[in-house]
Ligand binder design. Sequence first.
Ligand code: SF4
Length: 155
Amino acid sequence: MLNREIPLCPAARCEPGADLLGVVQPSGRIAFLPAGVRVDEEFSQLALLSAPSSNVRFRYSSPCAESACLHWQGQHCAALDEVRAHLAPFAETAAPSCAIRPQCRWHQQAGDAACAVCPLVITDLMAVEEEMADHAVGPADRPISPAAAMPPPAG
Ligand code: SF4
């Protein structure tokens, strides 16, 4: 059982106990899901075997690991700083409906400015790049958010 008092990371790894936060659409934008879609052992195992990486096709949330995560700096999540820097030109004006907002680490850090770029984040850029190379996808066909993708957080 997860401790729901801890702020939630909105770009977590796929692992048992995490929640499925959203699904990456063909446009590269996230379609957020209602709360309560939990990753179980079976889903996690299937996701591990899937290609491309499940972190390219889905977004997950789980309790923020804070100092145990390589993105944690001082008292904040530096991954959000990176995401905002890369995606500022694409920031959206309306915050999406999102099930974890009251507990979201990124929203606690930057408010609606985080939500303006969050739907454009794909957690695992490396797998995206590999898939594009395999299928010889041109730059014009790339998802909107490759610059925002980041290495998976520790956890
Ligand atoms: S940054 Fe905003 S949209 Fe993204 S997970 Fe957090 S609350 Fe939801």
